[in-house]
Write a protein that binds this ligand. Structure first.
Ligand code: SF4
Length: 353
């Protein structure tokens, strides 16, 4: 483990890197995409693994790298082959048509549908059919130090995941210690959740090379109605309140899964650099496969929270570092951003440079 790599942030990047290289999808021909820190309003997952249909993924690239939000998805999924008045072509979305018109104009500006005026009417037609590109979503919660108290804190999150069944599988990833995973963990966590132990390397900076399954996850019923747990008794003898639940229908779940997949496609896991300061002269990306961020001033991996303009050691790159091709090429910070963006695009076939 590198100095400073004992944080959840660094562990998460290692897990993402491992998943990208070594995750075995349910179908052999699936392509794996990895993203981090995504989910719904009520639940954000640390790592998301998408198992994708290769041809569908290639077709998805027609719509560009940016995510399609729920309104744009409504438009591109239902846009017809031939010019049609938009209210005849698109199903009523359950909110005012003026928002659909706005989405239609945004979609046309992005070049993902075509629109034209016919008298007073706006007509639309598709440029490409929106593909069903994401086959499965696997959610991973990262807890490098998974002791009994950390597992306790995870229980309600994983019970939420299992009850709602928005992801196809729910996992906990923890750091491999060489010892056995504590039996208490198996007792407390829902049986449907899997446990992965991840080897984070031995301090020479080599990437996480392996992970092993301590407990296999079970497939969750993503096509069935799910249950959202809104409130639950805290389990103490003084709390006699009833739990409160809400029903989540399969259509809502399918829409949410598409939205999550879209954001995962756009963001990936290397976008961490966008919220850090690669333009600081002390910033480096460790060339050890995972490209972990490294701070020379502190001599360790830094977290995204530390690496900001508020950092007392922050020093902008000297202008001389940027002279080659600056301002078009930028300095080492811009080069790091470009390298990470190139690697993200490399996992998304069909995108233009
Ligand atoms: S901003 Fe601070 S933490 Fe980030 S690289 Fe510079 S000195 Fe290190």
């Amino acid at each position: 483990m590198l100095p400073g790599e004992d944080t959840e942030f660094a562990f998460e990047l290692r897990v993402c890197r491992w998943a990208e290289r070594a995750w075995e999808p349910a179908r052999e021909d699936s392509v794996v995409l990895v993203a981090r820190q995504l989910g719904t309003r009520d639940r954000r997952w640390d790592t998301l693994i998408l198992e994708c249909d290769p041809e569908g993924l290639r077709q998805r690239a027609n719509f560009g790298l940016d995510a399609l939000d729920s309104d744009l998805l409504h438009v591109v999924r239902h846009a017809p082959d031939d010019w049609t008045y938009y209210r005849d072509a698109l199903p009523y979305p359950g909110y005012p048509w003026r928002y659909v018109r706005e989405a239609l104009h945004r979609a046309a500006d992005r070049g993902v549908v075509e629109t034209r005026k016919s008298g007073n009417r706006i007509e639309c037609r598709r440029r490409w059919a929106y593909p069903d590109w994401c086959r499965r979503i696997v959610a991973v919660e990262n807890k490098p130090d998974l002791d009994a108290s950390a597992a306790d804190a995870l229980v309600s999150q994983l019970e939420h995941d299992v009850a709602l069944s928005l992801a196809d599988e729910a996992w906990v990833a923890t750091r491999a210690t060489g010892g056995a995973v504590e039996p208490v963990l198996f007792e407390n966590l829902p049986v449907q959740a899997g446990i992965l132990t991840v080897d984070v390397g031995d301090g020479d900076g080599r990437p996480a090379s392996d992970a092993s399954v301590a407990w296999h996850a079970r497939s969750l019923a993503v096509d069935d109605p799910g249950t959202r747990i809104l409130e639950r008794p805290d389990g103490s003898e003084f709390d006699a309140s009833a739990a409160r639940f809400e029903y989540a229908d399969p259509g809502w779940k399918a829409d949410k899964r598409r939205e999550i997949a879209e954001r995962a496609y756009a963001r990936g896991w290397r976008s961490y650099v966008d919220t850090m300061r690669p333009d600081c002269r002390h910033f480096q990306a460790r060339e050890d496969g995972a490209l972990l961020p490294w701070c020379d001033a502190n001599g360790r991996c830094q977290t995204a929270g530390e690496c900001s303009g508020r950092c007392s050691e922050f020093e902008p790159e000297p202008p001389a570092w940027r002279t080659k091709g600056w301002p078009i090429e930028g300095g080492p910070g811009a080069a790091t951003k470009r390298l990470l963006a190139r690697r993200r695009r490399g996992r998304r076939p069909g995108l233009e440079e």
